[in-house]
Design a protein around this ligand. Sequence first.
Ligand SMILES: *Cc1c(COP(=O)(O)O)cnc(C)c1O
Length: 398
Amino acid sequence: MGAGKLINEAENHILHTYNRYPVVLDHGEGVYLYDTEGKKYLDFAAGIAVQALGYGDETYNQALKAQIDKLLHTSNLYYNQPTIEAAEKICAAAGLDRVFFTNSGTEAIEGAIKAAKKYAYTKDGCTDHEIIAMNHSFHGRSLGALAVTGNAHYREPFEPLPGIVKFADYNDLESVKALVNDKTCAIIMETIQGEGGILLATEEFLRGVKDICEKRDILLILDEIQCGMGRTGTMFAWQEYGVKPDIMTCAKALGCGVPVGAFVMTEKVAQGSLKPGDHGTTYGGNPFVAAAICKVFDIFEERKITKHVKEIGAYLDEQLKQLKSEFGCIAAHRGKGLIQGLELAEDVPVGEISAKALEQGLILITAGGNVLRFVPPLVIEKEHVDEMIQKLKAVLPK
Ligand SMILES: *Cc1c(COP(=O)(O)O)cnc(C)c1O
């Protein structure tokens, strides 16, 4: 079937919640994708920061194939080896103590919120605790995750949303302080706001929030779903701030393509929160996705992925900076490692630029605030950055 016909079929049957780009992707190799017509694309989106290892990695694929033949799923009523190993690896990488595996980032957020609520409930027996979240944040689309997502457009049609949530301004410590009270049980934020437009927390802000949390036994939940797993040049973005969360959420590149997420916590939170009967999942962390996680951590270590991200991220940073100096339509450049953004002038809609880039054989996605988002596979090389810049130059208005 030709691409046009496939797209028609899709538009007849798939719920129209996405305005998709008009290509049908067929296969991938390295950091390139190919559509059903054989056209080649350089991928600077990685399936929204998921495919950290790119496509068709032999070692990763073999590990998954072997696990399919061995054991796919068991439920969480029994133990299995890959899940135990995956738990050890993620706890060791984060310096945290206990993990609950989920099927998505959204579910990791749900679990983190439940853990925080239960922690506060265990202390005082009350059910009127409050959560502080950030404006322009994104934590997912389920009702609980939406309740802490700082985007009124996403939230409004589905209100009332669960829980008492108050919104502060990211990087404005005073705005957080103004909302903290005796009922506050958690402060949730992304270490780097991804969907919101690639906005980095300042060190002062993150440390200030951590201080408030420590003084009042409020839990700090850091959402590392997009910025974690090596993307900034450390395994988790918070590791460079020296601020450790009480609960961390993880997903996207955690399984490098298999649907898996996690919320990970300190022993103290674990002891005071979710107990048998409080939370569960049929699929979460099954042997198949766990085998993927194990192999991802092994590959990260063997190939020194975070070191590579530091080097190539610095190169991408330089090239984007240079681009900004050449093109007046670029209003700002932000980011770190391999999560970067270019904010374009208001009269240059990013959607049009990413659509034109696609025609040039470059896959780029956008973020809030008219931002072009660069979240490529972590295994890209300088030549790929150069190729991307060339293609982008061809579509940016002079
Ligand atoms: C993508 C994302 C989520 C939601 O993850 P899903 O896997 O789509 O459910 C939550 N938080 C952040 C920061 C994200 O980037």
